[in-house]
Design a protein around this ligand. Sequence first.
Ligand code: HEM
Length: 133
Amino acid sequence: MTEASSPWGPFDTPYEAIGGQDKIRSIVDRFYDIIDADAPNVRSLLPRDDSTSRDRLYAYLVEWSGGPALYTPERGDPRMKMRHNPFAIGGAEVESWLICFGRALDDNGIEGDIRSFLDERFTALAHHMQNQA
Ligand code: HEM
């Protein structure tokens, strides 16, 4: 691809536009650190040791963005809505998740076309996970 002909800019995949595996790892770790510090409503839904949660979100985002398939060989079909059903996710949790994720993107310098693309897609995805009033 040459011109900025995709919504994420002049890269073949969002994965490349973000900056690959190491950048995604850094975003995920920052995201969970921010949840630990500032989002008790989301933190309380997670296991005490959140290392598996971190690894799963990392694997999912690498695969979702067009990088290597790290998620489905381990966990199967993503079916994210179904996987979130056991947790009470209301409007407040959706907003907290999005604020923390946005801060993690800020702290990793994700801006421009790829940032607009991620903001739009994750806003929709996060609202899709809401399963309580
Ligand atoms: C809307 C607010 C959200 C809340 C409160 C939330 C909360 C949770 C919780 C409590 C878990 C289980 C913890 C665990 O498995 O260790 C989980 C798992 C997961 N969440 Fe979310 N989540 C939200 C949105 C999202 C979004 C938007 C995505 C994708 C971008 C996502 C991706 C994942 C993944 C990949 C897993 C692991 C699934 C698996 O078991 O393989 N979540 N989430």
